[in-house]
Design a protein around this ligand. Sequence first.
Ligand SMILES: NC(=O)c1ccc[n+]([C@@H]2O[C@H](COP(=O)([O-])OP(=O)(O)OC[C@H]3O[C@@H](n4cnc5c(N)ncnc54)[C@H](O)[C@@H]3O)[C@@H](O)[C@H]2O)c1
Length: 266
Amino acid sequence: MSRPIGEAASAAARTAIVTGGARSLGLEIARELHAEGWQVAMTDVDADAVTSAAADLDPSGKSAKAYIHDVSDADQTEAVFEAILSDFGIPDALVNNAGIYPDHALLDMEVRDWDRVIGTNLRGTFLCTRAFGRARREAGLVGGAIVNFASTAGYSARVGVSHYSASKAGIVMFTKSCAQELAPLGIRVNAVAPGLILVRDDQITPEYRDNYLQMIPRARTGTASDVAGVVRFLLGSDADYVNGECIAIDGGFLAGRALVRAGTRS
Ligand SMILES: NC(=O)c1ccc[n+]([C@@H]2O[C@H](COP(=O)([O-])OP(=O)(O)OC[C@H]3O[C@@H](n4cnc5c(N)ncnc54)[C@H](O)[C@@H]3O)[C@@H](O)[C@H]2O)c1
């Protein structure tokens, strides 16, 4: 399925890999791409959840399939990409969504806490990106798109998530680097930086939510669908000239935060 750079392709025959596809943002992205006609390879460490999520989309496994995968594990990533290639052929798109965001105060953080967050969010994104790029290079194909997952935390610091913020700031520059390095293969690489997207009922306390809402000009928290829509756009031909960019999906949080903090002048 080689396509010249810039040529729009029908979604019908395309395959997207969505890491962390078992639930929340990854699942919504997989659902929306699948509804648009993409074949989706959904990978996740949570074997039961990803198996049932993929079966919900397509019980036959022909257009949606689950792969048990820890993105931070290099050998597993190689094996999972081999399996996806054998099931679906060379993938057209990669969504590096898998990520974790535990709270750890800096001075109480264990080395393993740091390594787990950096390993999943940053190393995992590198390993999957490399496997995707190698597969397309070896097949001699031109084209393709990657969407990485940064966060507003990669731009704006919050207490208790220094490892997470560092990983997501790293994703922004990794995205720009990949856009340069993968350009000869015609692969566009962009990122999204979601703000507060509610994916679970117990994600935040009501007090945190109320405080946070004061910093969001759009005056609401985000939804999985808000994120999936931007990812779909970035993978599609309408975004053909968007490359190396990180798009905030935050209701204006990053744009307005400083002003809210400063308050009004009079
Ligand atoms: N929800 C938000 O408010 C928000 C905000 C900014 C950025 N993000 C980013 O969006 C992405 C998805 O977040 P979410 O809220 O949907 O998270 P989530 O915890 O609800 O879901 C993440 C999924 O990734 C899987 N996963 C975790 N570690 C993995 C690993 N090592 N290998 C493969 N899969 C793994 C989990 O099993 C889970 O299914 C993450 O990269 C996160 O940092 C989320």
